[in-house]
Write a protein that binds this ligand. Sequence first.
Ligand SMILES: Cc1ncc(COP(=O)(O)O)c(C=O)c1O
Length: 400
Amino acid sequence: MSHPLLPVGAQTYSKARAAYPANAPEYVDMAIGAHIWGSDGRVYIDCVSALGAILLGHQHPDVDEAVRAQMTLGNASSLPTNLEGQLAERLVGMLPGADWQVRFAKNGADVTSAAVRLARAHTGRDRVLMYGNGYHGAQDWSMTQPPRNAGVPAAVRDMTHFVTCHDLEDIADVMEETRPACMVFEAVVTADPLLPPPGYFQQLRALADRWGVLLVLDEMVTGFRCGLPGAVTQYGIEPDLICFGKGMANGYSTSALVGRREIMQRVERDVFMSSTFGGEPIGLAASLATLAVAEAEQVPVRLADTGLRLAASYTACARRYGLETRLVGYPQRVVMRWADQAQRQAFLEALVDLGLLCPGYINLTLAMTAPNIEAAIAKAIDQAMAAVVGLSVADTSLLS
Ligand SMILES: Cc1ncc(COP(=O)(O)O)c(C=O)c1O
């Protein structure tokens, strides 16, 4: 039973009881590396990775060392620290071409919403496009659809329009009809991670240019995980504004809006983007350390290697046990799709029993690339599928 004083029982819907198999622990007491210690006294491999906010593993030594060092210098200050410029330089250094500027905040929604405001100011238009299955944070412009859109004024709801993911004809039609300020999108939609068809992003750019629409790339989940700095380089996307958050500080709260200078300059003139903790030094120090490790260790490549091997063993297990399930998404973040929902439920509960906290996806982290962790995940998947078809763990050798 979650705490009676807490609606939903967690501060993020995706961390609530309803998001997890029924036998998952209620709370986490401690997290180190690839593991969490649950309130049920058991240790689990954490496939959720704090909804993607952990990129390297819990309590990565370099990141936590940078945080401890910053604590001795003070965290809240009356002037900016020079960490802001250092982190801006590191982010811009990972991006090709254009003349970029950077502004920091704390949550993903801070920067996606600032991007929308900037796009509105820059284009002199009000409407926003997004994919029907997209999510870009809790702000009004992005929360216009049921079931949780109560309290969002109708006038604001009417300003957001939905297009079908990867359907360029639909996108062209809606752009022509609504003349939006911007289209906000993820390179691979977290909720339904279909990979983009070849040439898609180039065609999207051409459409955006044709209709005078700014492209806002949401890298909250893909950032530093599917590429450095994210999908923008991995897929050769040419956005006008890019939003980073979650994993960029390996669990500390920092987000960044990176945009073309001519757009970002409006923050100096007529667009308001400001917050007390926007440049919080601990978050910035954590991010500098995280990005240093991500570059030195080539994190996206390492995660992809592990993810591809896990995907191959997942597919082989599904075939061996005659189960209709497959992995979708990109190798650094795989999502488990099942034809039969009762089987899916049984599989996820079996994974929890076997010590894998997994609500149907794996956000890979550097800690999971350790051979023993990768092997433990693959073994749990094998044994959980065996359990779904009614084989005990001891029986599974008969099938191999
Ligand atoms: C793709 C995407 N964009 C934006 C957000 C919002 O980020 P935050 O919860 O940090 O505001 C999320 C959060 O899950 C997300 O997944």
